[in-house]
Design a protein around this ligand. Structure first.
Ligand code: CP
Length: 302
């Protein structure tokens, strides 16, 4: 594969190869000397047309730990503001001999469009409401670390499924690994077609928590929706927020995950986010190793 455009295009074997490669890199980045020369002489451009904290820093660290040369581009401080198109922007950057492009863009399909026009490897770091493949890979890698083989495991994704690229990539990835997937949230935030993907739909948080081994809790993407159709945040947290009381009612322990950024007190309370069952910061830690694996495998195919 030349690009990582979405989990949709990966086979279960591709995903397992990324995981075993990430296992090796996780060992590397826990050594006192964290760097390997694998991407020496490769130049990577991180092009962010949308805000990011975790993904941008995680990719940059992954690239630097593989000894790549790295350039960072943020649309908000660029000539995009003067009207330059996506294709012109990328072609200008590539003419400076860039080999790989990591891009986040608000338009679903922006990476597909680009892949038809440029020669560099493209890694999707999030395209609008469509896919966020490296997030799903690091999520599944973190679940595998905690629970072992994911075949038959029950994963519930809570929250704003309609606007979430993390949800869609998670669904594709977890199903390819043999897990059962449930989505839980208000009917207005769950797209009608989701059942055709083979996921279970549940609107009752208590029932979903009773069912699952892992709760992956998502943020409400207020920036992507018409707020007049949205319940108030207070209402949302009352009916769909995950709090300690709900977890204490269960006769089992479940793994708590969140891709970040967290809106504390809305979709998750602090006593859940910071609890001993939360692996939220392990997800972030694993993101670097998983992204190193993706960059390494794509560069190896060059
Ligand atoms: N999880 C995630 O994509 O976070 P950022 O938006 O901060 O990159």
């Amino acid at each position: 594969t030349k690009h990582l455009l979405g989990i949709k295009y990966l086979t279960p074997e591709d995903i397992q190869l990324i995981f075993t490669t990430a296992d090796d890199f996780k060992e590397v980045i826990n050594r006192p000397v964290k760097k390997v020369p694998s991407l020496r002489d490769i130049t990577v451009a991180n092009l962010f047309f949308e805000n990011s904290t975790r993904t941008r820093i995680s990719f940059e660290l992954a690239e630097k730990r593989l000894s790549a040369d790295v350039v960072n581009f943020s649309a908000s401080s660029s000539s995009v503001k003067k009207g330059e198109t996506l294709l012109d922007t990328v072609n200008n950057i590539l003419s400076m001999k860039v080999d790989m492009v990591v891009m986040r863009h608000p338009a679903p399909g922006a990476h597909h469009f680009l892949s038809q026009h440029i020669d560099a490897n493209i890694i999707n770091a999030g395209d609008g409401t469509h896919e966020h493949p490296t997030q799903a890979l690091l999520d599944a890698f973190s679940m595998r670390e905690k629970l072992g083989d994911l075949a038959g495991k029950k994963i519930a994704i809570f929250g704003d499924i309609l606007h979430s690229r993390v949800a869609l990539s998670n669904i594709f990835c977890l199903q390819k690994l043999g897990a059962e997937v449930m989505v839980c949230g208000p009917p207005t935030l769950i797209p009608k077609h989701i059942q055709s993907l083979g996921v279970i739909v549940e609107h009752n948080v208590r029932e979903a928590l009773k069912w699952c081994d892992v709760a992956n809790i998502l943020r409400i993407q207020l920036e992507r929706q018409d707020l007049k159709y949205f319940p108030s945040l207070r209402e949302y947290s009352q009916y769909f927020g995950i709090n300690r009381k709900l977890l204490d009612e269960l006769d089992k322990q479940i793994v708590i995950m969140h891709p970040g950024p967290i809106n504390r007190g809305v979709e998750i309370t602090s006593d859940v986010a910071d609890s001993e069952h939360s692996i939220i910061l392990q997800q972030v830690e694993n993101g670097v190793a998983v992204r190193m694996a993706v960059l390494y495998l794509l560069a190896a195919g060059r």
